[in-house]
Design a protein around this ligand. Structure first.
Ligand code: SAH
Ligand code: SF4
Length: 353
């Protein structure tokens, strides 16, 4: 249960209901009051103690002084023409992350960040450009769901850890946030509707397989062989594709959940027919879906996406070779594009103004 260094308030969004009861008992409050507060937060999604109208006014003030529900402020909001919403949140130490809400008729998917920046530094990704600033706490990860709900005016149904940062490099906070999301007494999402996307850290994938959280695991492959993968993902020097795939198999065996392999298509880099054939071979080694994603260009980087037709041809070739492959639409990207780019563009505006 981290205490904010800046306000000395304890954050509640990563506490179980029992932990919240304990924290409120420390303030001299009886357990039924904690149940009321938990209901306001987790069932009614109210994020200010002042609005918890069945608590005595004095208690509301005391809770406000000692505990924090939200800790960020909204620094920017961008709305895409397809209804996607991208928020830039600023924490009390001035660090910023972005999160995106993607709406469909039956779904609101929250794409959340887990770190400020990222240490992995994939060559095509905006997030890695400035390295890692810091990890987010579990509460700061969960908080993004609340901000997106309030911006969209509806409940989040799905969460994907596909914003800024590498979830398995911030393992404890990620797992603790996932637990808050799938706990029936808290956010209560279906575990299969929570997807953790990783660049592929074999040891941590195996550790995740041992947790009692049957989430969906997505692995960023982006290349069907080690030589190419190491050009795109510097960290892949330490982990071979064979290690990553064998960890993915272990995850499937432990959790019985099909793994998703992500493959961002970069023109002239990983989109050749040979790459498709090799990728189908890799995918054939395990129970998986292959999500092919058209690259979203980043201003400071030289990579480009193939045209739409070439993407379809690539996916079709995968299918003909037996892979369960899909071309994923880059929804919400006209607003200010993918992973890390809203933060980049706001910083750019601020430094050039
Ligand atoms: N660090 C994790 C999760 C965050 S990135 C990971 O790498 O999996 C989520 C996904 O977005 C990854 O598959 C990543 O490779 C992809 N991505 C990053 N930059 C992108 C861009 N400009 N266009 C399309 N996809 C991108
Ligand atoms: Fe980090 Fe993922 Fe971006 Fe790679 S793609 S730099 S792992 S956020």
């Amino acid at each position: 249960m981290p205490v904010s260094l800046y306000t000395m308030k304890r954050h509640v969004l990563d506490m179980t209901v029992a932990q919240l009861t304990g924290a409120m008992a420390d303030l001299g409050t009886r357990p039924f009051r904690a149940r009321q507060v938990a209901q306001w937060i987790w069932q009614k999604h109210v994020t200010a103690f002042a609005d918890m109208t069945d608590l005595p006014a004095g208690l509301r003030t005391r809770l406000e002084e000692k505990l924090a529900i939200l800790s960020a402020r909204l620094a920017a909001r961008t709305d895409a023409s397809d209804g996607a919403i991208k928020l830039l949140l600023e924490f009390l130490d001035g660090q910023r992350v972005e999160c995106v809400g993607i709406a469909a008729p039956q779904r609101l998917t929250a794409c959340v960040s887990c770190q400020v920046g990222c240490a992995i530094g994939c060559s095509f990704c905006a997030t890695g450009l400035d390295g890692l600033k810091r990890n987010l706490t579990a509460a700061e990860i969960v908080e993004q769901v609340f901000w997106l709900q309030s911006a969209a005016g509806r409940r989040v149904t799905n969460v994907v850890f596909m914003g800024m940062g590498e979830p398995l490099a911030n393992y404890d906070a990620t797992v603790s946030a996932v637990r808050a999301m799938i706990d029936p007494a808290r956010l209560g999402l279906s575990a299969r509707h929570v997807t953790v996307s990783t660049v592929g850290l074999p040891k941590q994938i195996r550790r995740l397989a041992g947790e009692d959280i049957p989430i969906t695991l997505a692995i960023s492959l982006h290349a069907p062989n080690d030589a190419l993968r190491r050009r795109l993902i510097p960290l892949a020097v330490r982990h071979s594709l064979t290690d990553v795939i064998s960890a993915a198999k272990a995850f499937y065996q432990a959790r019985h959940r099909e793994v998703t392999l992500e493959y961002v298509l970069l023109a002239g880099v990983n989109d050749s027919p040979t790459c498709a054939d090799e990728l189908a071979g890799v995918a054939g080694q395990l129970r998986c879906n292959v999500n092919v994603i058209r690259y979203n260009p980043v201003a400071a980087l030289e990579f480009l996406p193939p045209d739409e037709k070439a993407c379809q041809v690539f996916v079709e070739r995968l299918r003909q070779r037996g892979a369960n492959a899909h071309l994923r639409a880059s929804r919400g990207l006209d607003a200010s594009a993918a992973c890390g780019q809203l933060r980049q563009s706001v910083q750019h505006e601020q430094t050039t103004r």
